[in-house]
Design a protein around this ligand. Sequence first.
Ligand code: NMX
Ligand code: MLT
Length: 429
Amino acid sequence: MLKQHLETLIPKWREEIGAINKEHGNKVISEVNIGQAYGGMRGVKAMICDTSEVPPDKGLIIRGIPVAQLTDKLPEEVLYLLLTGELPDKKSLKGLQDDLQARSKVPAYVWKTLEAMPKDSHPMVMFNTAILIMEKESLFRKRYDEGMKKTDYWVPTLEDSLNIIAKLPAIGAGVYRMRFKKGPRIAAKKGLDWAANYAHMLGIKDKTGELANLMRLYMVLHSDHEGGNVSAHACHCVGSALSDPYYAVSAGLNGLAGPLHGLANQECLGWVLMVHEKFKGVPSDQELRQFAWDTLQSGKVIPGYGHAVLRITDPRFDAFRAFGKRVMGDDPVFQIVDKVFEIVPKVLVEQGKAKDPWPNVDAGSGALLYHFGLKEFSYYTVLFSISRAMGMCSQLVVNRGLGIPIERPKSVPTAWIKKQLAAAPPPVM
Ligand code: NMX
Ligand code: MLT
């Protein structure tokens, strides 16, 4: 059903962007200065992403819907939205859920490989290895080798993407149980939705059902964040070489594993727990202020704060905070997160370096997981990965549908910059 729907949408999208390109291809939408070329291309509008956008003053908007309005949706609904631009009706949702369930069995060789890995491997390495070794299953590669035509590229990209996404909850939960010696893997339960099944397979007691709710929320909030973030961009860049989704998603997740990106969630809880340990509970405002300054003065960043695009409190942080207030308002670790939110932006403003002093998505999520007993925080980026795979895969499918070519921006050496500066007329005084 999803595929049939995309079969009607993709030719229309292709036609539309073809016409825009033909008529307005030369219109300038962005300029690049030297600071941006040396500064991580911040703010340069140089790529298209139709699955979501992140206006600096609003935060994540998925296909026209602000993320705050999607917090009661299932991740499967958001996946459908990312891919098609529409929320599914009941029948389409059931169709997608059944399809994911039918694709969810993880090949035995994946488990054997993970078992053979060093016992102290980082969970992200285990998770990503599992995805990469499944590359031999790629239908995109098979059909490409058979000579499929260009306009069909998106079809096996969708197949590979659904095959990957369907297996991630079982792989993620398997990595957790294996890496942290939690006992044998737990089989999926029929009838549970994608995120609730993940919570079930982790094997953490969930008497109230709130852990399953948190997983649903977590998977919705991290699913996509336009095209320029490190993981989406790495995935897009690798995918643009027509590397199949197994290669491309794996590349994206290697980027997510960096401490300035997805790994910040593990670092963030580590920082909050250091505060908890040092002050034996919730510190006073002054103690926390000093702790934040000590972190900055030791040359470190305060994890979970700042953003390359956002200039407001991340609405995804707001959503997690609202969940925390509802479910665990009396938990001291959550209370520290709340106090950090009060104090740290003021400290960052006072320091005057960070362009965005506000919390990002990683500032609070760890404390919520910790509350439910998921205390192994080196695992947290795996959760982010399970969710972000939905956005990365959706972007791959849409970009293949639109026929976006191989990515190849132009770099220049510093000598070229110096030459331009020497040739430039002196500034008018
Ligand atoms: N704590 C201390 N310093 C900071 C912080 C922070 N949280 N955020 C930015 N700065 C510094 C930054 O290091 C830079 O310093 P310098 O000039 O000495 O190099 C200066 O402020 C200007 O940086 P910005 O232009 O504001 O930030 P940029 O766009 O380069 O980087 C982040 C964005 C997110 C990488 C940065 O804010 C950061 O390192 N935050 C902490 C890590 C984090 O939370 N990452 C998670 C991002 C979200 N995610 O989910 O992926
Ligand atoms: C994300 O969700 O990818 C992060 O907020 C980082 C970003 O957008 O650059």
